[in-house]
Design a binder for this molecule. Structure first.
Ligand SMILES: Cc1cc2nc3c(=O)[nH]c(=O)nc-3n(C[C@H](O)[C@H](O)[C@H](O)COP(=O)(O)OP(=O)(O)OC[C@H]3O[C@@H](n4cnc5c(N)ncnc54)[C@H](O)[C@@H]3O)c2cc1C
Length: 592
């Protein structure tokens, strides 16, 4: 279990954990290893060995040994069970779960995927209205079972309104379910799948089920126990570039009679359960990106130190050294953001739903920053990164899946832009600044509001002034130009209110800029709370200034942007203020 007292040393350890870590280290300095679940996780993968893991990956072979192990140690139940339904005194402790996910991806993203999908399956039930099912799903989790979340369909992808899975009224409170789902994790292993469908009348179902119900029929979320259902047919594994040992499949259900007791939720409640589950699911994926990058970084540095060219270690070449430092800074920024966003998830309530923006940005930014870290490292280690014996080449493949899971990066950029007006206007100083979990300012707990949250308008979500975050950092070399860029962006966002917003090209580019600004805010907040050395914070912001300048150019290059908006955009392009002394500090700090 986690150390819960906030001793000076545990605070310091928490703070130090914001840098890229060797998560496998048994050193007393590694706070992750204080959790027995994390220790058990590492013991399994160390016993298994990388060679066996890579064989499984190559053969796309399901990991029964892990499932048996996690069942024996009650690992998924320990990290996922909510207090109200746990028979073991567990709770859905948010910091513990995030660190477990980071550690899991560090060991094997493909194995971690079975937990991610179980989370989606369980949480959608917990967010529903059926108490008996909630107890059933947690009891199943405690016996070591896996869950699944059946939302996607082959022909409709992100367009959930077009879903064709039907749940027809068939009299006496029962329903007849028919349809096919595609890209469903744990399809062949789950004991329960929550399935999203459209509720149609008996008459519509007699007419073939599709007679005009699409886009109008209310949603319904049902629970299916595939292993006990003759009408369930697995359509087999879908072979994917990454997470190859995992089970991503497709299934069909033909004329399956659903009793009222298997309805998780219907109508608005079903939509809220799906939306709320995806909101958190996409947020937690960010910790997977972080864990993958940490392991890849460690493998890359080990190789670059050992490999000698022209009589010296490759890591000593200036350009290689600088690129690895950039990867370290980007990865530190990912952790600063993700763990600060966690503070907002931890304190979310009906009157404080800022986490909705921060979860969307976590999805849009942290997962794509992970790709940049991997690209930087790949450039440094060359051919070694493609050798099939290492963790690195698997990381290169697996990390690419993350931006498209649980609502694509695009969808989340679009979602983020809806928060722009309230983010900049009418700041609400009464909103508290959440205490930091990573900094040991508060103790991690379950937040039961997350299981009750209802989808609502982004326009109703208030924010404190973003400038509060920068007050202690306002004179840093890195933040000064970034703050100027934010002011210009505000101007652009106001001016472009008249731009045709149906042009998603503009919307996406605007969303990229805004997401980078929000990313900067939480990085700044965490840097202050964790008392990061100013040189590190400043250097991270120099990277963000470079990113925002590049994004501004992309925005300006969109056809149809008028000259007035283009003029403003040109003022958003800033030269990063990189200072040699700060860079030396960064170099000493990461001690490559
Ligand atoms: C490995 C893996 C595991 C998965 N596991 C599950 C699972 O367990 N359960 C489940 O239900 N699903 C799962 N999925 C499905 C995943 O959620 C889908 O990727 C998703 O449904 C989107 O579909 P698509 O990727 O085919 O993209 P499409 O929906 O076909 O989108 C095509 C393009 O259009 C963009 N786009 C779509 N809508 C918008 C919009 N509104 N605004 C801007 N751009 C948009 C997308 O970003 C994308 O670039 C999984 C997918 C993969 C690859």
């Amino acid at each position: 279990m986690f150390v819960r007292e906030s001793s000076t040393s545990s605070k310091r350890k928490g703070r130090d954990s914001v840098y890229p870590l060797d998560l496998s280290s048994r050193s007393a300095e590694n706070p992750y290893m204080e959790d027995s679940a994390v220790r058990a996780l590492f013991e399994f993968f160390e016993d298994k060995g990388l060679a066996a893991l890579k064989d499984e990956d190559r053969l796309e072979q399901w990991y029964d040994d892990w499932i048996v192990y996690q069942r024996r140690h009650g690992l998924y139940a320990a990290v996922l069970s909510p207090k109200q339904y746990s028979s073991r005194g567990s709770a859905f402790d948010l910091l513990r779960y995030s660190r477990f996910l980071e550690s899991f991806a560090y060991c094997s993203p493909a194995h971690g995927y079975s937990l991610q999908v179980s989370f989606l399956g369980i949480f959608s039930v917990l967010m529903g209205t059926n108490t008996k099912l909630k107890q059933e799903v947690v009891t199943a989790l405690e016996t070591g079972e896996l869950m699944a979340f059946g939302v996607s369909e082959k022909d409709h992808g992100s367009d959930l309104l077009a879903n064709e899975f039907t749940i027809a009224e068939s009299g006496a409170g029962t329903f007849m379910a028919n349809g096919t789902k595609y890209y469903i994790g744990n399809t062949d292993a789950a004991s329960m799948i929550s399935i999203l469908g459209r509720k149609i009348s008996h008459k519509d179902s007699r007419d073939g089920g599709s007679g005009g119900h699409a886009n109008r029929a209310p949603f319904m979320l049902i629970a299916l126990r595939p292993k006990q259902t003759a009408a369930f047919r697995s359509l087999g594994k879908i072979r994917t570039l990454g997470v190859r040992a995992a089970n991503v499949g497709s299934f069909e259900l033909k004329n399956h009679l659903i009793p009222a007791g298997d309805v998780i939720a219907e109508g608005r409640a079903a939509w809220d359960a799906v939306f709320g589950t995806i909101t958190l699911g996409k947020f937690f994926l960010g910790f997977g990106s972080i864990g993958i990058c940490e392991h890849a970084l460690q493998e890359a540095v080990t190789h670059l130190r050992k490999r000698r060219l022209y009589g010296k270690a490759v890591i000593e070449m200036r350009h290689i050294h600088a690129n690895v430092l950039r990867a370290c800074l980007r990865l530190t920024a990912m952790k600063l953001y993700a763990y600060r966003a966690l503070d907002y998830v931890h304190t979310a309530s009906p009157s404080d739903r800022r986490y909705l923006l921060f979860c969307a940005v976590q999805k849009a930014k942290v997962s794509t920053e992970g790709l940049k870290v991997m690209a930087l490292l790949q450039e440094c280690i060359g051919a070694k990164g493609f050798e099939s014996g290492g963790y690195f080449e698997m990381a290169l493949r697996d990390i690419q899946l993350i931006p498209s899971l649980e609502g694509s990066m695009h969808i989340n950029l679009g979602l983020a832009t809806q928060f722009i007006p309230r983010y900049f206007d009418r700041p609400d100083a009464a909103l508290e600044q959440p205490l930091s979990l990573m900094g040991g300012e508060t103790t991690s707990r379950e937040n039961s509001y997350l299981m009750e949250a209802r989808a609502g308008s982004p326009h109703a979500v208030g924010f404190r002034s973003f400038s509060d975050a920068y007050r202690p950092l306002a004179s840093l070399n890195g933040t000064v130009p970034f703050l100027r860029q934010i002011e210009v962006f505000r101007e652009i966002a106001t001016k472009s209110e008249n731009v045709d917003r149906s042009d998603l090209q503009f919307e996406m580019a605007l969303g990229q800029c805004f997401a980078t600004i929000v990313y900067g805010q939480l990085i700044a907040e965490n840097a202050v709370r964790l008392e990061l050395p100013e040189a590190i914070t400043s250097s991270i912001f120099a990277v963000l200034v470079e990113d925002l300048s590049t994004l501004a150019l992309r925005l300006a290059a969109i056809p149809g942007v008028n000259n007035s908006v283009r003029d403003s955009i040109s003022r958003m392009i800033e030269v990063p203020n990189v200072n040699a002394e700060e860079w030396d500090f960064v170099s000493r700090h990461f001690a490559l």
